[in-house]
Design a protein around this ligand. Structure first.
Ligand SMILES: [Zn+2]
Ligand SMILES: [Zn+2]
Length: 380
C-alpha cells in the first residue's frame, strides 16, 4: 500500500520530538477510513466547547501533530487548564494570547491538570506555575517517572540500551536509538506536581464536576477526565479520533503496557458521553465506536505478529521489520524506529502473558509461538 503524506510527515517529525510522546508509524490500515490528512486540516482557533469551557490550540513546532489542545475551565476563582504544551517561548505566548482571547490571563491560572508526562502535555506546566502560582496535578505513576526520565537519565539510558540489545537492534543503531529521545528534554521543565490524582479523584475545579480516570497504556499514569454535568470525556492521548496512540514497551512502561491500554479502553465504555475532547486533532462524539476501532486495530496487529512467528522464531527487531507500516522499514529512522520496535514488543508481551507466544533468555531474545499455539495452527 502506498504510504500517505500524513503518515510520512508524522514519522519524519516525531523522530525529532522523541521521548515517548507519541505515535509510532501507523500501520497502513489504521487511518484508512478517516479521510483527509491531518497536515492538510486547517489549524484550529480558540473554540468555545461549552459555556465557560474553551479549547486553545498550543503549537508544537516541527511536529506533524502540530498542536496540543489545552482546555480552559472558567471558574469564579480563575481559569483551570487541562494540559499545557511544550516548554517553548512560542507555546507560552500562544497560550497567553489564547487565554486573553477567552478573557483571562496566564497569571490567573489556578490549576493545571496534566493528563500524562509527555513533553507536549507537561513540558510547559512549570512555567505556568511560575507565572501564576497554580497547582500542577499528575497521576502518581507518571509523577514517579520524572526524575529518571528528565533529571538524571543516565541509568534509564543504560536500561534502554540493554532492552534494545535484547530486542535485536543492530550494533550500529544501538547508540543513536538509545539517545533518540534526548533532544526533547530541552522542551520540558521537569517540575514535580503539587497534587497527585489517583483513579476516581475529583480535582477541585469550582463549578465543574470532574473525575479522573486512570487509563494506563500510552503512559503508565495517563489520566482521562470525565465531566459529568456536560457528559464530556477529556481523553488526553488515550483516545484520539484518527491516530492510534503509541503503546511503547520500554523500561518505564510496566510489564504489559498494551494489556493495560486495552483494559483502559474498556474502562471508558460505561460512560455516557456527548462529546470527546482529545488532546490532539479534533473533538468527536462517538466514543464507543472509536474504542472498538482501537481494539480492532490491535487485534489485527496480534494476527500479524502471529502470522510472522508461524514462519519460525524471530527477534522483536525482525518482527517489527516484517510488519506493515505506513512507509517502508528502511525509511523509518531514529525515534520512530524505536517506537515501532517498542510497539511490536508491547504486542509480543501481551501475547506472551496470554500464553500465545514465548521468548527465550538470549541477547537478542528469540520469540516463537508457544507449543499450544503452534499445535493449534498445525491442526488447521
Ligand atoms: Zn502522549
Ligand atoms: Zn500528545
Amino acid at each position: 500500500m502506498r504510504p500517505r503524506l500524513h503518515d510520512l510527515r508524522s514519522s519524519a517529525v516525531t523522530s525529532t520530538s522523541g521521548s515517548g510522546h507519541g505515535h509510532a508509524p501507523a500501520p497502513p490500515h489504521a487511518q484508512r477510513a478517516r479521510g483527509a490528512a491531518a497536515a492538510n486540516d486547517p489549524f484550529p482557533g480558540v473554540e468555545k466547547v461549552r459555556p465557560g469551557l474553551w479549547s486553545v490550540p498550543v503549537p508544537l513546532p516541527n511536529n506533524s501533530l502540530r498542536y496540543v489542545l489545552v482546555y480552559v475551565f472558567e471558574t469564579d476563582r480563575g481559569p483551570y487548564l487541562m494540559d499545557a504544551g511544550w516548554n517553548t517561548d512560542d507555546a507560552f505566548s500562544a497560550l497567553q494570547s489564547g487565554l486573553s482571547e477567552v478573557g483571562c490571563d496566564v497569571a490567573d491560572v489556578q490549576g493545571v491538570m496534566v493528563t500524562h508526562i509527555h513533553p507536549d502535555h507537561y513540558g510547559l506546566a512549570g512555567r505556568i506555575r511560575e507565572a501564576s502560582g497554580a497547582w500542577i496535578s499528575l497521576h502518581p505513576a507518571d509523577a514517579e517517572l520524572i526524575h529518571d526520565r528528565y533529571d538524571e537519565p543516565d541509568d534509564l539510558l543504560q536500561r534502554v540500551a540493554a532492552a534494545l540489545r535484547r530486542m535485536g537492534a543492530p550494533t550500529e543503531e544501538l547508540e543513536p536509538l538509545q539517545n533518540a529521545a534526548m533532544p526533547v528534554r530541552a522542551l520540558v521543565d521537569p517540575v514535580l506536581p503539587d497534587v497527585l490524582l489517583e483513579d476516581g479523584a475529583r480535582p477541585e475545579v469550582p463549578g465543574w464536576d470532574l473525575t479522573a480516570i486512570w487509563t494506563p497504556g500510552h503512559s503508565p499514569g495517563h489520566l482521562c477526565f470525565y465531566e459529568a454535568r456536560n457528559e464530556l470525556m477529556l481523553s488526553g492521548d488515550h483516545v484520539l479520533p484518527r491516530i492510534t496512540p503509541n503503546i511503547p514497551f520500554h523500561p518505564q512502561a510496566g510489564a504489559n503496557p498494551l494489556g493495560d491500554f486495552l483494559k483502559s479502553l474498556d474502562k471508558l465504555e460505561p460512560y455516557d458521553v456527548h462529546e470527546v475532547l482529545p488532546a490532539h486533532e479534533y473533538r468527536f462524539d462517538d466514543l464507543r465506536t472509536r474504542l472498538e476501532e482501537l481494539r480492532q486495530h490491535h487485534r489485527d496487529r496480534f494476527t500479524e505478529v502471529i502470522a510472522i512467528l508461524s514462519e519460525g522464531p524471530h527477534t522483536a527487531w525482525d518482527i517489527a521489520s516484517h510488519m506493515r507500516w505506513s512507509r517502508s522499514w528502511d525509511d523509518i529512522a531514529g525515534f520512530m524506529r524505536r517506537a515501532a520496535v517498542g510497539e511490536t514488543v508491547s504486542h509480543l508481551r501481551a501475547l506472551e502473558i496470554d500464553g500465545v507466544v514465548q521468548v527465550d533468555d538470549g541477547e537478542p531474545a528469540l520469540w516463537s509461538l508457544s507449543e499450544g499455539t503452534a499445535a493449534q495452527r498445525n491442526k488447521r
